[in-house]
Design a protein around this ligand. Structure first.
Ligand code: C5P
Length: 224
């Protein structure tokens, strides 16, 4: 019997989704798909090309001239824009500050969602994002909605960025995270929202291992 499940992990910015999704995928030998990276990749290209992000037709035109690819690397996923590996540069604060503007454009979402669905057709996938359980994979076998307090999320993001040599201010990070959540939750198309049948996990006081364990338990229950 084929037990290769599809696992959807949604939640607000910096809630630890990608760390958890990566660990899970590794443990289960599944493919990890970071959908945020696709929106970030297009945002990065637009910023590079000085596209005015508030002019939708310009962003859409850039979308049509851009090749975005996700490739599985050992423990992670790598992102390529027009053949160039942009996995690191799409995580800068500048991209984070602008990505929600790009992600609210209907045509952009339509193309990204199509690609995301293609990647999940065979099962054996852990996909993280904002609208995976509600829109991309409404029939996912397991749906998790991860939350954590804004201050804890900002603290974790600060640690991540420090490791990469960026030194943003904690208060600024809190503001950026809160602003992004607001835009992502209030946008008209496929907003960030907990699916009715998703299991909510608050990771504010949990370690990565504890969260992974909880989800593996859901997997065991599902497989029987
Ligand atoms: O997950 P990450 O923080 O990298 O996502 C970056 C941005 O991409 C989000 O703030 C959101 O605007 C957008 N996004 C989205 N739908 C997804 C994943 C990400 O709109 N499924």
């Amino acid at each position: 019997m084929n037990h290769r499940l599809t696992i959807a992990i949604d939640g607000p910015a910096a809630a630890g989704k990608s760390t958890i999704a990566k660990r899970l995928a590794k443990k289960l030998n599944y493919t990890y798909v970071d959908t945020g990276a696709m929106y970030r990749a297009l945002t990065y290209k637009c910023l590079q090309k000085n596209v005015d992000l508030h002019r939708e037709e310009e962003v859409i035109s850039m979308l049509h001239q851009t090749k975005i690819e996700l490739k599985q690397a050992d423990d992670t996923q790598e992102v390529f824009v027009d053949g160039k590996n942009v996995s690191d540069v799409i995580r800068t604060q500048n991209v984070s500050n602008h990505v929600s503007i790009v992600a609210q454009i209907k045509e952009v979402r339509k193309e990204m969602v199509e690609l995301q669905r293609q990647m999940a057709t065979e099962g054996g996938v852990v996909m993280d994002g904002r609208d995976i359980a509600t829109n991309v994979l409404p029939n996912a076998d397991i749906k998790v909605f991860m939350v954590a307090s804004v201050s804890e999320r900002a603290r974790r993001r600060l640690e991540d960025l420090k490791e990469k040599g960026e030194h943003p201010n904690l208060l600024e990070l809190e503001k950026e995270i809160a602003r992004r959540d607001k835009m992502d939750s209030e946008r008209k198309i496929d907003p960030l929202k907990k699916a009715e049948d998703a299991v909510e996990i608050d990771s504010t006081h949990l370690t990565i291992d504890e969260v992974v364990k909880k989800i593996l338990k859901l997997v065991d229950e599902r497989i029987g």
